[in-house]
Design a protein around this ligand. Sequence first.
Ligand code: ZN
Ligand code: ZN
Length: 288
Amino acid sequence: MTLTETTTQWLGMLSLYGWIWMIPLVERLFPMNEQKMLRPGIINDLIHTYHRVHLHSFLNAALIAWLATYAQQHGGDKLPLQGVLLNAHWLWNCIALLLMGHVTFYVAHYCAHKIPLLWQFHRVHHSSLALDSFSTSRFHILDKVLFAGPYLMLVTYLQPDPALTFLFVSFNDFWGRFGHGNIRSPHWLGYFMSTPKFHRWHHSNHPEAIDKNFSAEFNFLDYLFGTAYYPAGKLPDNFGDSQYSNNILVQHYRPFVDIYGIYRKNGWMAMFRKPRPQVADKLEAVHE
Ligand SMILES: [Zn+2]
Ligand SMILES: [Zn+2]
């Protein structure tokens, strides 16, 4: 499959300026909750949106280039499945792209929540007190690399159709913004896709929804592994971390400070293992 240069340019423009400003209009027309567009942290989120375009793209492009060169030099054609999608039917390409995107995102996201070292970086994305499409881009740069890296490696290794890959990445970009939007969506859709309502629970502080709904677009892995939380007739109303900074610079250095704090307090193993709060709480209660 080939995309014309005009289509590629249009999709690129939509990614840079289209969805970012069109989805907020949809949020005004079909809001899930009444909330203000000008909210605390909005400037920070806009800086995230546009710095990401330069910085993350460069990092991802550099990573892809390095991987491609490394694969060419060291892999040859002998490794199993290498370049398997190169001449495969478009349908296999679509299925592979969907699975690669969903599986790598789900696993990386799961690890980002369960491993304290990674959580310190992912915490930045969860710090926004209000959830709307502008909060989509609030990410620590290393967190973004964690999410994109495995996908890029698979793309480099299996070599799917570049045009379909581009379309898929454009769709991801759109859906990421839509999924964070304050937009009404039909309840049934949340059984197949990570809709705004589905992803809101992921960002909420409600205990029953902690570490749930890891998916970004399609969400069958959440249902398969029992990490889906999607009650009918209920909406979350408490998000983010009021103790976290709304300054992009602080958001980029604070994870390192916090990681050092964890190391000093509980040793380096504590960076990889989550404490068990229930057991610790119960012990404290007994001691009291
Ligand atoms: Zn998360
Ligand atoms: Zn999110």
